[in-house]
Design a protein around this ligand. Structure first.
Ligand SMILES: [Ca+2]
Length: 128
């Protein structure tokens, strides 16, 4: 495939995230970690869901995240858990991950093109 296919933008030959993708994941995680404890409580996770998916996770999705990914004993998602969540999504649907990153201001080359603010309405994403 060409060099701009979503899979090769995000993952190396061993299916690990490329360093640039890790940077973006760290930036997104830090952005929504409002109290800076390196964990996402439900409120922080839902703020991320609204910004990314246009609405909060429903209860079954929340339960699934907590069951499937790394959380602390109070069920707060760790960065590792967030990373795992994106890794699984990316292996099955790299375009979805790219679309998510676009909502957070990154372009097709994974460069930050818009500054994020909580209140800003994301640019229309249905341009294609
Ligand atoms: Ca937090």
């Amino acid at each position: 495939m060409s060099s701009d296919d979503p899979f090769s933008l995000l993952l190396d030959d061993s299916d690990n995230f490329l360093p640039r993708v890790e940077e973006i994941l760290k930036a997104i995680f830090a952005h929504f970690d409002q109290d800076k404890d390196n964990l996402w409580n439900t409120e922080e996770l839902q703020a991320f869901a609204e910004a990314t998916n246009g609405g909060p996770f429903d209860q079954s999705s929340l339960d699934e995240i907590i069951e499937s990914f790394d959380v602390d004993k109070e069920n707060r998602l760790t960065f590792r858990g967030f990373y795992e969540m994106y890794h699984i999504q990316t292996l099955s649907d790299p375009e979805e991950t790219l679309n998510d990153f676009k909502k957070h201001g990154y372009d097709n080359k994974l460069e930050l093109v818009t500054s994020r603010t909580q209140d800003e309405t994301p640019k229309a994403v249905s341009e294609e």
